[in-house]
Ligand binder design. Structure first.
Ligand code: SF4
Ligand code: SF4
Length: 349
């Protein structure tokens, strides 16, 4: 998958004809000093009159021409389609009690992956709780529910590394689909169970985008740090995992963020930026909606993402994603960060 010293991949004129006047980067708030809520831009189930509707329809059509993708979503078990109303009698217990029960539910739900794969025997590898913040809610949406349960599904790195996919060989992207399906089963059944306890629960299952931006929520609940490639880096799975979530008014205790030096590592690493065929990954942080952070150029990424049925090269090549490597890197970089903090406190004393 290496790009080596080739010039960046460029999209076809047919693709360019699908784009609106506003660029995706502008739509996402690049170089915008003012903080504002994010806008939904990709994986909308019903694009309606969204500025990128023509592109989104074309992406959908492209995916539905490949039978393997139709099969993996239409025929897969994604848990209950219809949820019951919350039970009329609410079961009262402490946030401590419910947090333990919810986490047990997620991590101990039996799954069907064969032995040898991450997640063999269970449906999820990560779970965290966050108190929902208004800045995670996409423009045009509201939420009245205070808590979010976030679930992470580890990918099989060997299979993921078969990206970029094609219509003839979609295997790498099918691993992504399988993980979205595992996440969907967990969150749909979790929402079902929470409602049976008398609380409201609204599942968010990928790949379609819901009313909430799950990425900052996953950072807040301790899943990891934002990487240069615009995805999360976790101290165990690197970037080789997918997200799903449940909004709820069940009382729950929020987890803390987990910082272990991934951001520092990214500052000195260019692997994903060098391997990205359309050169979409910024080598420096950018100002986006009032915050300076790692960011990916939507207008460069999405044509290639579309062409290759989901791409995923950047998360597959990230050194943190290599099985067994993330825990060692996290240990080394956490120690360096602690030593630096100690040194600067001694200088200031
Ligand atoms: S490949 Fe390197 S720069 Fe890119 S996200 Fe991973 S660690 Fe960061
Ligand atoms: S997903 Fe986008 S940013 Fe990542 S390698 Fe592919 S084109 Fe580049």
């Amino acid at each position: 998958m290496s790009r080596k010293n080739q010039p960046p991949w460029t999209p076809s004129p047919e693709y360019a004809a699908l784009l609106p006047e506003i660029s995706g980067c502008e739509f996402n708030g690049w170089d915008d000093a003012e903080a504002r809520r994010p806008r939904q831009i990709f994986w909308l189930k019903k694009p309606g009159d969204h500025p990128f509707a023509r592109l989104l329809d074309a992406v959908k059509q492209r995916f539905t021409q490949v039978q393997a993708y139709n099969d993996v979503y239409a025929k897969a078990d994604r848990g209950p389609h219809k949820l019951p109303d919350p039970a009329p009698e609410r079961r009262i217990a402490s946030a401590d009690f419910w947090t333990t029960r919810v986490k047990d539910f997620v991590l101990n739900r039996p799954g069907a992956r064969p032995a040898g794969y991450p997640g063999a025997g269970s449906e999820a590898e990560l779970v965290g709780i966050a108190a929902i913040r208004p800045e995670w809610v996409y423009e045009g949406f509201e939420t009245t529910l205070p808590n979010l349960v976030i679930v992470g599904n580890a990918m099989d790195h060997a299979r993921l590394s078969l990206v970029p996919s094609s219509a003839e060989d979609p295997e790498g992207q099918l691993e992504v689909c399988d993980q979205y399906n595992r996440g969907a089963r967990v969150v749909n059944w979790l929402a079902h169970w929470i409602r049976a306890q008398g609380y409201e629960a609204k599942p968010h299952a990928g790949p379609w985008v819901g009313s909430l931006n799950l990425l900052p929520a996953a950072i807040a609940c301790g899943f990891g740090e934002l990487g240069k490639h615009g995805s999360l880096i976790n101290r165990e799975f690197g970037s080789s995992f997918r997200l799903a979530a449940v909004e709820t008014d069940m009382p729950l205790q929020a987890d803390a963020p987990d910082t272990f030096g991934a951001d520092d590592f990214c500052a000195g690493c260019q692997v994903c930026a060098n391997e990205c065929p359309p050169d979409a990954i910024s080598r420096e942080k950018r100002l986006v909606r009032g915050t300076v952070k790692w960011a990916v150029d939507f207008d460069r990424c999405i044509p290639y993402f579309n062409e290759t049925y989901g791409c995923g090269i950047c998360i597959a090549v990230c050194p943190w994603s290599t099985p067994g490597r993330a825990p060692k890197l996290a240990q080394r970089f956490s120690r360096r960060a602690a030593e630096r903090a100690l040194a600067s406190s001694e200088v200031g004393a």
